[in-house]
Design a protein around this ligand. Structure first.
Ligand SMILES: CC(C)(COP(=O)(O)OP(=O)(O)OC[C@H]1O[C@@H](n2cnc3c(N)ncnc32)[C@H](O)[C@@H]1OP(=O)(O)O)[C@@H](O)C(=O)NCCC(=O)NCCS
Length: 130
């Protein structure tokens, strides 16, 4: 069996939680906005680890939802700092679930978040380069 038959998460497990009934949409699946907020939190944690102090999301470059998430699934956000600019950090987040019933692990979403380090006045401040 090749690795492609059993893909595994890469990056650092930054947030792990369980999808709850309160997080569902009208279809009964988990609401995409809830998942985006988990991804944004994970990217924010990675940005703060890189550059302690205030950081903000300036852009979400892309998000892809590959599969629906169901109530009871274990949701893990894996983070990878891709690059830094003068004041910005680009962070890739992939979301993997372990399904409640079958315990299958699968990639459900991916996104790229840009964070900016800011000072007390909300102005961009330098980050250390990779
Ligand atoms: C983030 C913020 C401080 C940046 O201020 P700004 O005046 O645009 O600052 P700059 O033009 O100097 O850009 C700062 C960095 O952000 C990057 N940036 C700005 N807009 C961007 C965009 N749309 N996409 C990607 N990167 C962007 C710049 O390239 C720059 O990166 P670098 O220093 O590494 O080269 C300001 O836009 C802001 O406060 N936005 C609101 C953030 C927020 O509230 N987020 C939460 C939303 S709920």
């Amino acid at each position: 069996m090749s690795n492609n038959d059993n893909p595994q998460p890469t990056g650092e497990l930054t947030i792990q939680t369980i999808a709850m009934p309160a997080d569902t949409n009208a279809n009964g699946d988990i609401f995409g906005g809830w998942l985006v907020s988990q991804m944004d939190l994970a990217a924010g944690i990675t940005a703060k680890h890189r550059t302690p102090g205030r950081v903000v999301t300036v852009a979400i470059d892309s998000i892809i939802f590959h599969k629906p998430v169901n109530v009871g699934d274990i949701v893990g956000c894996y983070s990878k700092l891709v690059t830094t600019g003068r004041t910005s950090m680009t962070i890739d987040i992939s979301v993997w679930t372990v399904t409640a019933i079958t315990h299958v692990q699968q990639l459900v979403a991916q996104g790229r978040f840009i964070y900016v380090a800011i000072d007390e006045s909300g102005r961009p401040r330098p980050v250390a380069p990779i």
